[in-house]
Design a protein around this ligand. Sequence first.
Ligand code: MN
Length: 199
Amino acid sequence: MAKKYEEKRDFGRTPEPPPRQQADGSGPLIFTVQKHSARRLHYDFRLEVDGVLISWAVPAGPSADSRVRRLAVMVEDHPLDYAPFEGVIPEGEYGGGQVIVWDRGTYSPDEGGELFFDDRERAQEQMRNGLAQGKISVFLHGEKLKGSWTLVKTKRGDWLLIKHRDEYAQSEHDILDDGKSVISGLSIEDLSTGGTPGA
Ligand code: MN
């Protein structure tokens, strides 16, 4: 499933987790947003579907302002084990640079207002359909990202990440101002000056 993920990486060099087959979990589906300072800083938005993390690189990061559309480029599926990964990928390796878990939580598709936090089967079925149709709507229970968000595929094949207008949409402050990991509390800058997650 995460074959491309495996091909791009040398697991003798990168601290990223090697892919492994994982049994379907239980409970709500998870999402993660990693802040990744590679050649260019970007945010990796990942949604659990069918045992992998479907992933998009969002160069400008998510915005809680419903008037803002953020380019999201679909990248290779990542293994579920990747969700809590933070650390430093050595220079010269694929994606070399610092990674923190900027946000994490659970999600459900919410097309038509129906939520499936308690039904993984139907949630994943909705997600498969949405991915095939190029239009996904999800409700996020993150620490930073909350409420309804949509991902729509453009004619060019890119996607756009947009906050739906709801009680969690806001334009007063930039949600990216909080640049700390929700796991370690470390920032990209902390990692680039020698800080280590878990230390
Ligand atoms: Mn990345």
